[in-house]
Design a protein around this ligand. Structure first.
Ligand code: ACO
Length: 332
């Protein structure tokens, strides 16, 4: 896990401020102690300060370096509400509604980012993905030139013959249930950027399907070949190929048989799945059956890092995601 150590090391030098909306959640508090002790980031915990402190004491956790903010009482609420009304004016959001919404830490955190009061957000230890993502999509929005937010996983497979010395990046495992060809192309390009930025690998992108180079005919295969064409137009320098089955993407011998001459087959390190079902099931299979370490979902395409956690996350998952968010904030 040298790569993870590098990411944590880089985060230490960046001094980014990461907001954790689930401020009374015990794993979040334990992670906060580690993040502060190791100087990985500055931490903002949201919630009623008395409750946060009581929970920290109950868990024997020292969070004395963290900034505690109560979304229901903070002096910036009116400023944030004006910002929300401005951003959602086409949807007719009223200031009273915005003030009410700001009581929810999952809304307050994106507004902190939007107003420049935090560099990134990590949540999801107790909240569902949709509830974490929706306010971030509404108020942080996508980065310029990107229309689709998606979720990538860094997969550490302990088998150096695969990917970049055992490291692969999978997407979209978290956000878009059924991307169209244009969205899939964007997901491929953003994932390649994430892979390069976080791991330093030269992305070799495989557009996955149940067909390799026309072996099956189906509208679902057509979607992937169209996405490939669009991605090539949008990013002509990107090493990308498809459509291909995952064995052709990963195994040189299979690639020679099924996709001879492909610049990517047999050595892919970025796997772009055709839809969320395949991607979400696929990363969990590799994690559970092959014992891979899966780090993510790392949300990509958002104007600032907002990363979701699995509700089964560990303390070290939260620490790692904070370090990743700090790195992403520096690259944005
Ligand atoms: N990229 C950019 N913007 C988006 C995206 C996207 N992928 N998806 C939605 N939006 C925008 C919409 O355009 C909309 O903007 P607007 O309000 O300004 O018009 C806003 O976000 C809200 O979108 P809705 O369609 O109202 O919200 P929806 O209820 O569809 O929520 C969500 C979007 C939460 C991402 C939904 O698609 C979802 O639940 N996805 C699956 C998440 C999930 O359960 N993943 C699996 C678990 S994660 C894991 O296991 C690692």
């Amino acid at each position: 896990m040298e790569l993870l150590k590098d990411i944590i090391c880089k985060a230490r030098k960046l001094g980014k401020q990461i907001v954790l909306p689930e401020g009374t959640e015990p794993r979040t508090l334990k992670a906060t102690e580690i993040i502060l002790k190791e100087g990985i980031a500055k931490v903002i915990l949201l919630g009623a300060p008395a409750k946060i402190e009581a929970e920290a004491a109950k868990n024997g956790v020292n969070i004395s370096g963290a900034t505690l903010i109560d979304p229901a009482a903070d002096s910036r609420r009116a400023v944030y509400a004006d910002l929300m009304v401005e951003i959602r004016k086409s949807k007719g959001l009223l200031k009273e509604q915005a003030l009410d919404m700001l009581n929810d830490p999952l809304v307050f955190a994106p507004l902190m980012i939007k107003n420049g009061d935090a560099d990134g957000e990590i949540a999801g230890a107790v909240n569902a993905t949709g509830d974490v993502l929706r306010p971030a999509l509404q108020f942080v929005k996508t980065m310029p030139g990107v229309s689709v937010v998606s979720g990538a996983f860094l997969m550490f497979v302990n088998k150096p013959q695969f990917g970049a010395n055992g490291v692969l990046v999978f997407a979209d495992c978290a956000v878009m249930p059924n991307p169209d060809a244009q969205q899939l192309a964007e997901i491929a390009i953003t994932t390649a950027k994430t892979a390069k930025a976080l791991t330093g690998m030269e992305p070799q992108v495989a557009m996955l399907s149940f067909s390799t180079k026309g072996s099956a005919k189906h509208p679902l295969v057509d979607k992937v070949t169209q996405a490939l064409q669009i991605a090539r137009q949008l990013a002509p320098d990107l090493q990308i190929d498809g459509e291909m089955q995952v064995d052709a993407a990963l195994v040189g011998e299979v690639a020679k048989l099924k996709a001879p001459g492909s610049p990517v087959a047999g050595k892919a390190n970025v796997l772009v799945f055709p839809g969320l079902e395949a991607a979400n099931i696929g990363y969990k299979l590799v994690q559970r059956l092959a014992g891979a370490e899966a780090i993510g979902p790392i949300l990509q395409g958002m104007a600032a890092p907002v990363n979701d956690l699995s509700r089964g996350c560990s303390v070290s998952d939260i620490v790692n995601m904070v370090a990743i968010a700090a790195n992403q904030a520096a690259d944005n």
